[in-house]
Design a binder for this molecule. Structure first.
Ligand code: SF4
Ligand code: SF4
Length: 368
């Protein structure tokens, strides 16, 4: 392990830019921590943390100047790999008929700075969705293979986090080029760095660093233990697949449906949800047409509309489908749970519906 100063992180960003990466990292915008292009460490959310609860998110000032002292915000890295709105192709009318031009000839080379362990797992899950042997999404895969990932281990857990239950954090174990642990004590602010790939080692050769001391490694371990022991939520996953399959008719779904607005916020913020719609848009002259893919949601009524009718007309059916897919049928479909325990769906649900509580409510209902 190597130790670098806080200022060396700026050199890492600079080196990645020099190597042609579009560097993406956390920034404060509109009262939240979002992911966008950054050019130096001044763009990072220095001294900002957050308060999260079901249906509640506020930024709060920290007194330690931490650059990564926040929990997962409303956005996830999926917005770069699986953009919310993507043009697939366009067509122009000509004397012989139509000429079709594929869009997205541009595949940005991204460097992601500050990827949390749960978010890395969300990327692994989307890898199975967008590149699974049967289906392969060109845009996703062209971008995915060139990403540089600088993970950041969590030193604190958010109040809606439950990555320990889902075995997806708080320590980044694989899939990164480098992993950083931020340490701040009375007189020092530094990062312990683990190199995960030759690409990560090549970068670290360019950055001034020292071999980490025993104390620095112990401080990094303590930071992770702190996050692990302060998880805001837990989700009991034992037997969860059969629990949900066997409780299709449980009255808990009726209780949830009385509160759920079917607003789709939970699916928009979820780093693994992948529902999309494809629309053709033609100009008034009829000479030019475009095909766009946009994010959609199983909470939208039209999503379950097929020839002959709609097979999920009630909010109860749509919530039940979402949670059962996430925690049960996803396992049958992709061999893995669809939930990484990031807590975003809890924080950003306007009525504070909490996936961990609803699983617990189903379990409790069976004991009554
Ligand atoms: S669970 Fe919450 S966020 Fe999801 S659709 Fe219902 S009201 Fe919206
Ligand atoms: S279901 Fe909720 S907690 Fe699980 S990955 Fe999606 S947003 Fe995060």
């Amino acid at each position: 392990m190597k130790t670098i100063s806080k200022d060396s992180l700026d050199k890492i960003i600079g080196y990645l830019k020099y190597k042609g990466y579009k560097v993406i990292g956390p920034s404060v915008r509109d009262g939240a921590i979002i992911y966008d292009e950054i050019s130096c460490i001044e763009d990072l959310p220095a001294g900002w943390g957050d308060e999260q609860e079901a249906g509640h998110y506020r930024l709060r000032k920290r007194n330690d100047g931490a650059l990564f002292g926040y929990a997962a915000g409303p956005q996830s890295w999926k917005k770069f790999l699986f953009p919310g709105k993507l043009k697939l192709w366009e067509a122009e009318k000509n004397s012989k008929g139509f000429e079709i031009t594929p869009a997205n000839g541009q595949f940005p080379k991204y460097a992601f700075i500050g990827v949390r362990s749960c978010e890395l797992h969300a990327v692994f899950i989307q890898d199975k969705v967008f590149n699974n042997g049967m289906f392969s999404d060109t845009y996703y895969n062209k971008i995915r293979k060139n990403i540089f990932i600088a993970a950041v281990n969590c030193a604190e857990a958010g109040k809606t986090c439950f990555c320990v239950s889902m075995k997806t954090g708080p320590k980044a174990e694989e899939g990164y080029d480098i992993a950083l642990t931020e340490i701040i004590n009375q007189d020092e602010h530094y990062f312990v760095v683990d190199e995960g790939t030759p690409k990560g080692s090549e970068l670290m050769e360019q950055i001034e660093s020292l071999t980490s001391t025993e104390e620095q490694l112990a401080a990094a371990d303590d930071a992770l233990k702190n996050a692990e022991s302060n998880m805001g939520r837990t989700l009991e996953t034992d037997g969860i697949k059969s629990l949900l399959y066997k409780n299709h008719a449980n009255t808990v779904w009726d209780q949830i449906a009385k509160r759920c607005l079917s607003c789709a916020n939970c699916t928009m913020v979820c780093p693994t949800c992948f529902c999309s719609n494809v629309e053709d848009v033609t100009d008034l002259s009829g000479d030019h047409t475009e095909r766009w893919r946009t994010w959609d949601s199983c909470f939208n009524l039209d999503y379950s509309k097929v020839a002959g009718g709609n097979f999920r007309t009630s909010i109860k059916a749509r919530y039940r489908q979402w949670m059962t897919h996430k925690l049960a049928s996803w396992i049958d479909q992709f061999g893995i749970s669809g939930c990484v325990g990031c807590g975003r769906c809890i924080t950003w649900c306007p009525v504070g519906i909490d996936i961990t509580k609803e699983v617990s409510n189903i379990r409790k209902s069976l004991k009554n």
